[in-house]
Design a protein around this ligand. Structure first.
Ligand SMILES: [Zn+2]
Length: 159
């Protein structure tokens, strides 16, 4: 596929529509068709025998400064790890890190959630692949561990 000729053809086709717009509106909006070529990258993966199609990433000149190979690789790994948490076929039942974090941060909003799985600390892979979320979650776990435990016997004065 040739970007130049695709742009020229799009221009030509667009002009038909712009003619109609101009006839209706009385003026022709200036339109510039911009074609950017790029790289589309994706990764198919397999967890315990289940094949999955990974999401696609488009790398163009305009986003190549942040969509680096490392960033794309991390995003692919994040998708795989999160998938393993949530998939009905190959999932483990441990909530994804973002969900464990949200529940610790806003416990009132997630009252119905519970169980040890929601307090599972990030594993080594999660710490590498989700460094920011892992740090925040570990900090909250440490705060929680430092809280004084509620002791029922302290309620005795009410008797
Ligand atoms: Zn799966």
């Amino acid at each position: 596929m040739d970007a130049e000729s695709f742009r020229d053809s799009t221009d030509k086709e667009l002009n038909v529509f712009l003619d109609a717009i101009e006839a209706e509106w009385g003026f022709r909006p200036p339109v510039e068709v911009v074609v950017e070529t790029g790289i589309r990258i994706s990764a198919d993966f397999n967890i315990v025998g289940f094949a999955h199609k990974g999401r696609r990433f488009d790398v163009r000149d305009s986003n190549a400064h942040r969509r680096t190979p490392r960033a794309v690789a991390r995003a692919i790994a994040q998708e795989i790890v999160t998938h393993r948490n949530t998939c009905a076929d190959c999932g483990t039942g441990t909530p994804p890190l973002w969900e464990r974090l949200a529940i610790k941060r806003y416990p009132a909003r997630y009252r119905s959630y519970g169980g040890a799985a929601f307090s599972r600390p990030p594993d080594a892979a999660e710490r590498l692949i989700f460094p920011g979320q892992s740090r925040k979650f570990e900090k909250l776990l440490a705060l929680e561990a430092a809280l004084p435990k509620i002791d029922d016997s302290s309620q005795r004065w009410m008797d």
